[in-house]
Write a protein that binds this ligand. Structure first.
Ligand code: SF4
Length: 299
């Protein structure tokens, strides 16, 4: 329904007067008692008018029952078109729909959840054999096919230095696969940077814990180094009493659990007991019994 389709802005008189017909239709569609005052009327076209009624239902603040009525040309009766509940200009609406992949936040995943990674995820780039094609050293690969073709063409008659050689990448991929290191995709440079920024923010030098720490993780015995380029700036904390236990920490992070910075104070040793054998202390035996502790007692 839109006033933009209106050819005549003057409402048809019979349609405009059919408020009771519209209200009855709205009350039939709505729950009892939730159709309020007649608030507006919209001319939809020639002899087509929509009557708007306030909706008094909880949770639909500002919404309106819209009942469209129409009258055929030269007809005396107004008939009902449709009844719907529509939001008004001040109605409470749900926010714009956002795809789940944009709504997802760290920590939202639970056991059994699957999180597909987009094919063009900027955090990843192809690994050794990330493409769909066969590995470079496969007999099916284009490089090997070229090699075979060249041999078949009796290029072997030329100097040895001119012979096409098997691609070096192929052997790396084959070895990687044998060692179980084959991954279709690996972290891209961008992926490394965003991960490093995230970890630095959580467990980096600017955190209050690091600012108050007696020393940094780089000199801590609980720091477990990590491999790769990230190992130059990060490690894993393995101190169960540290707030960063099991976390990737910046080498410039630190906490009070540093293995060397805080020395455990030695337990205080009580002074040896002193036994005075040269005098006797008088002890009171009753509530009224006084005694001069300094007076010498019976020997
Ligand atoms: S115990 Fe503290 S200083 Fe040591 S590695 Fe863990 S976070 Fe760093």
């Amino acid at each position: 329904m839109s006033a933009a389709t209106t050819r005549s802005r003057t409402p048809d008189r019979l349609c405009a007067e059919a408020v009771d017909l519209a209200r009855t239709a709205a009350e039939e569609a709505a729950a009892p008692g939730v159709v309020g005052e007649h608030v507006d009327m919209v001319v939809e076209g020639d002899r087509v008018v929509t009557h708007l009624f306030e909706c008094k239902e909880f949770g639909y603040r500002g919404w309106r029952w819209a009942v469209t009525v129409a009258r055929a040309s030269r007809a005396k009766y107004v008939t009902l078109d449709e009844t719907v509940l529509l939001p008004g200009p001040d109605s409470l609406l749900a926010p714009e729909w956002v795809p789940w992949s944009e709504r997802l936040r760290p920590g939202d995943m639970g056991p059994g959840d699957l999180l597909p990674t987009e094919a063009d995820d900027l955090r990843l780039e192809p690994g050794y054999t990330g493409e769909d094609g066969p590995p470079p050293n496969s007999p099916l690969s284009a490089e090997m096919a070229e090699l075979v073709e060249a041999e078949d063409a009796e290029v072997t008659a030329g100097p040895v230095g001119e012979l096409p050689v098997a691609p070096a990448r192929g052997s790396i991929a084959a070895v990687a696969e044998e060692l179980g290191m084959r991954r279709a995709r690996v972290l891209s440079r961008y992926g490394l940077h965003v991960a490093a920024d995230r970890w630095e923010e959580s467990y980096g030098a600017k955190t209050p814990m690091a600012q108050a720490a007696p020393a940094t993780c780089v000199s801590c015995g609980f720091l477990q180094p990590v491999g790769g380029s990230l190992g130059q700036a990060f490690g894993v904390c393995a101190n169960e009493f540290s707030p960063a236990d099991g976390r990737v920490v910046s080498l410039s992070y630190g906490c009070g659990g540093h293995s060397e910075a805080a020395v455990m104070p030695a337990a205080p040793r009580p002074a040896p007991p002193v036994v005075d054998e040269m005098r006797v202390d008088a002890m009171p035996l009753g509530p009224d019994a006084g005694g001069d502790a300094s007076a010498p007692g019976p020997a």
